[in-house]
Design a protein around this ligand. Sequence first.
Ligand SMILES: NC(=O)c1ccc[n+]([C@@H]2O[C@H](COP(=O)([O-])OP(=O)(O)OC[C@H]3O[C@@H](n4cnc5c(N)ncnc54)[C@H](OP(=O)(O)O)[C@@H]3O)[C@@H](O)[C@H]2O)c1
Length: 250
Amino acid sequence: MPTYVVTGANRGLGLEFVRQISQSTDNTLLACVRSSNSDLDDLEKAASNNEKNTHILTCDTGHLDSIKNFVSQAKESLGGKKIDFLLNNAGINSVPHQNSLSIGPEDLDEQIRVNVLGPAKTTEFLLAASLLDAKARIINMTSGLGSMTQSLTITPRKCATYSISKGAVNSLTVQQSGDVREKLGKECVVICMDPGWVKTRMGGEGAVLEPEESIAGMLKCIHGLKEDDNGKFFTYTGKEVPCQSFDGQG
Ligand SMILES: NC(=O)c1ccc[n+]([C@@H]2O[C@H](COP(=O)([O-])OP(=O)(O)OC[C@H]3O[C@@H](n4cnc5c(N)ncnc54)[C@H](OP(=O)(O)O)[C@@H]3O)[C@@H](O)[C@H]2O)c1
């Protein structure tokens, strides 16, 4: 009877995670939204198969107070259960036109705050509240654009501000893979994952993958993670992305 947390659950990939996770009524799910004022109709519909075990909570991953408040609510909703899968999915790509010669300082701040500090603090505060299981799987959503190897193949280069923030997500993952293990023990696993280019608002025109395929692939990979996978970067197909050197010390 696993327990999942999904951030950014009201649309896009987060919504599809909810749809697929809710297929089993054995699952407990904390579906997090930036604001309770968001349109939650699609989310409520997606969770309807497992309404009893789904809790819709507010977590604005760009604001520390909101993340702290979410952790308090999570403790109450879980009633002693621990989190098995933390899916740090919420993210923004608000200035895709910027290149490395036109980065807006405030834009970079915002991308780092939501895309990097968000998953860092969500993980930190849930851990501090003793809500993560010793065998927890923590997934930070990255992008092919966060891979230096892959970005080098794209001419002209794309979405500099976002790409830099996702590169930082990969680095965060490597740091967490060591630090979280020091607290939880060697059975937990932290990875980052590229969902592919998916037809969501962020994916935009030209995206090639249906959310169903991306999420099914990611869930299969996440459910099969082994201790040795700690700190690695995978695509939704389960293939490892070789953009980080990993020496196995995690
Ligand atoms: N789609 C792709 O092709 C693709 C490719 C590579 C990586 N990704 C990554 O996959 C993840 C999901 O992307 P997506 O395609 O589903 O994007 P999306 O369609 O734009 O949805 C983004 C989700 O994140 C939420 N969000 C944004 N800022 C937030 C905040 N401060 N606090 C809480 N929630 C927030 C949004 O909530 P609101 O409705 O309130 O804005 C929405 O639910 C992101 O991390 C993205 O970088 C996507």
